[in-house]
Design a protein around this ligand. Structure first.
Ligand SMILES: [Fe+2]
Length: 215
């Protein structure tokens, strides 16, 4: 498995990719996040232009972080490669690699986030939860919108209403690669996946393709 090794413990943060552009973006993200800690919507809007600038640079993501993962815990060969994790787990950046035609489960994130298309095209189907969560393993979702994303596009995650979606690669030959900036340690936490047709919900831990999975 590639990149199980951490490149560097820099002030106890974990870096899996060595890139000046990524380091510069993380420094900016921390500064903005700390200044807007009480207003996640503002965090997203202030951070977005810097994220878009990072996405326009096509030379900082090593090719082995843009590969599918046949042993994916998400299914469908979907790779989730951790690129950076803050020491306090309050900021992570990972690449999500979806093979042509594959779709993620419908899932939530439980933190603010920015997702940007680095390569390929995606179709995002976004939902809102409309039940009150009183019935165990049951959830009623309402379809909010379906939108297509192309390279350089960015979309925002903001719980509770802007937090549930499924993502499908609509490229034909090559995987779609998106970069995720999250205000939590998304691969390690317990979160939820949904089946909208069956009105069911199940907790899960998505893990990262380059980190040993904790049960
Ligand atoms: Fe997601």
């Amino acid at each position: 498995m590639p990149h199980a090794n951490i490149l560097e413990h820099d002030e106890a943060d974990q870096w899996f990719v060595d890139s000046i552009d990524l380091r510069s973006f993380v420094a900016t993200a921390k500064e903005i996040r700390d200044r807007t800690i009480d207003n996640p919507a503002l965090t997203l809007s202030e951070l977005e232009p810097y994220f878009k600038a990072l996405l326009t640079k096509q030379d900082w993501l090593p090719e082995n972080f843009a590969q599918p993962n046949p042993n994916s815990s998400m299914g469908g060969g979907i790779g989730q490669w951790l690129l950076y994790r803050a020491q306090d787990r309050s900021l992570t950046i990972f690449s999500l690699v979806i093979p042509p035609g594959s779709t993620t489960p419908v899932h939530d994130h439980l933190a603010w986030g920015l997702i940007g298309l680095y390569k390929g095209q995606l179709e995002e189907t976004r939902y809102r939860r409309v039940d009150n969560g009183d019935t165990q393993e049951s959830a009623v979702l309402e379809l909010v919108e379906v939108q297509q994303q192309k390279r350089g596009d960015v979309y925002r995650l903001l719980p509770p209403d802007g937090d549930i979606h499924a993502v499908k690669a609509i490229t034909i030959f090559a995987p779609s690669v998106s970069i995720h900036v999250m205000g939590n340690d998304i691969g390690s936490i317990l979160r939820n996946k949904y089946n909208p047709e069956q009105k069911s919900v199940q907790s899960f831990r998505s893990g990262y393709s380059n980190i040993p999975h904790k049960k």
